[in-house]
Design a binder for this molecule. Structure first.
Ligand SMILES: [Zn+2]
Length: 399
């Protein structure tokens, strides 16, 4: 069992015998499995990022295989069920930041940067300093909004915590910018201005604009501003350093009105991409209404990069995804072909689905469930194959 592909065949044979006892495992060979994985994970497909030419090649490959074997198309257009999703974000139009009292304006990317989940539009309000922006009432109690009315105002808050950005801090759950943003919004803040603590050199000076599929756009603005701007918002003889030292040493909130107002215009444009699920159908013998779904995701991370989920986000290189999840798709192709040529139909219908945009947040499977081509109430079981090409300690995880 030195060759992992033999293990893969063993797993697929196991699945066939387990799920379809009338089947048998003839007809699925190591050579076919290896051929599928080699092609799907080749540089030619450039990491199968949804919507790209590499992904389209993967789609055509699955379609060609299934068509040749008589797997019935079950998508909305042939085998395909396509959907639109937001895949990125960029600055759009005029992004402006101005301290009204001094009439000083600042430059986007240089002095300030909107966050990917920021609301857009023109926002004009006065500013309060709200410490670390905590509303913590669990292992520790620290509420930066207790002594200040932030309603209708910008909240200027530090990133991180009194323990820096240390992941084991008691404040770890309250450090994410999104969490601080939601806390400010819950206190009816008009917007949030994040600034780096003065002593944390590990933090980027200004966060790059990044889209997260798990965080939908907010209604109020969220802007990362430079320490230089933040300093100009503070009263004379007060420094960011003083404020942070006070917070960190006393470990309690100090919030106050800054008596200054800011107008900011934020313009962001989301980038749309198309994902495509591939659906193939094998009818049962008609004696049951039940359907078994067998799925695997076909997408991978493309060239990787920050926010892609890559294990090395600083490197841009083709992420081939042989195990994740060319292996599952190889299993899917072969199982469907095997069943399409099964002389005795199974009792239940079987729907095979190659899901797209799994790595973007299970988007293909979400679209499939919300726009199902079958009656989901009839689904008796769903079997998902993810990374079946490499076993740890020779154990197979089923669950
Ligand atoms: Zn996967």
């Amino acid at each position: 069992m030195r060759n992992p592909f033999y293990r893969l065949i063993l797993i697929i044979s196991f699945l066939i015998n387990f799920c379809f006892p009338s089947g048998g495992s003839d007809g699925i060979t190591a050579a076919e499995i290896i051929e599928h994985i080699r092609y799907l994970s080749s540089d030619h497909l450039k990491g199968r990022l949804p919507g790209t030419s590499g992904s389209k090649k993967a789609i055509r490959y699955i379609e060609k295989e299934w068509k040749a074997s008589g797997v019935i198309p079950a998508g909305e257009k042939g085998y395909q069920q396509s959907f639109e999703f937001t895949s990125g974000i960029s600055l759009s139009g005029y992004n402006r930041f101005k301290i009204n009292e001094t009439r000083k304006t600042f430059r986007v990317k240089q002095n300030f940067m909107p966050l990917g989940f920021s609301g857009t539009g023109l926002f004009n309000a006065s500013v309060v300093f709200a410490g670390y922006g905590f509303g913590v009432e669990d292992s520790v109690a620290w509420n930066d909004y207790d002594d200040i009315d932030v309603a209708g105002k910008w909240a200027l808050i530090f990133r991180g915590s009194p323990d820096g950005s240390q992941p084991h801090s008691a404040f770890a759950d309250h450090m994410p910018l999104r969490k601080k943003y939601m806390t400010a919004r819950d206190h009816n803040a008009a917007g949030v201005l994040f600034v780096n603590p003065y002593d944390d050199n590990d933090l980027e000076e200004l966060l790059p604009l990044r889209f997260s599929s798990s965080a939908s756009a907010g209604t109020i603005p969220a802007i990362h501003i430079s320490q230089e701007i933040a300093q100009q918002l503070l009263p004379q003889n007060t420094t960011l350093k003083d404020l942070q030292e006070k917070l960190d040493n006393n470990r309690s909130s100090i919030s106050f009105d800054l008596n200054v107002s800011i107008s900011a215009t934020i313009g962001l444009r989301t980038k749309k991409s198309r994902g495509t699920n591939i659906l193939g159908f094998i009818p049962g013998d008609g004696s049951s209404d039940e359907i078994i779904i067998i799925g695997a995701h076909m997408d991978h991370l493309g060239y990787g990069g920050k926010g892609s989920g890559s294990l090395q986000p600083d490197k841009n290189a083709i992420h081939n995804g042989a195990d994740d999840n060319a292996s599952g798709i190889a299993g899917l192709i072969e199982l469907a072909e095997k069943l399409a040529n099964n002389p005795k139909p199974l009792k239940r219908d079987v729907l095979f689905v190659a899901f797209d945009a799994e790595e973007k947040g299970l988007l293909g499977s979400k679209h499939f469930v919300n726009n199902s081509v079958i009656n989901l109430e009839n689904v008796a079981a769903m079997l998902n194959m993810d990374m079946i090409g490499r076993l740890k300690d020779s154990s197979l995880t089923v669950g």
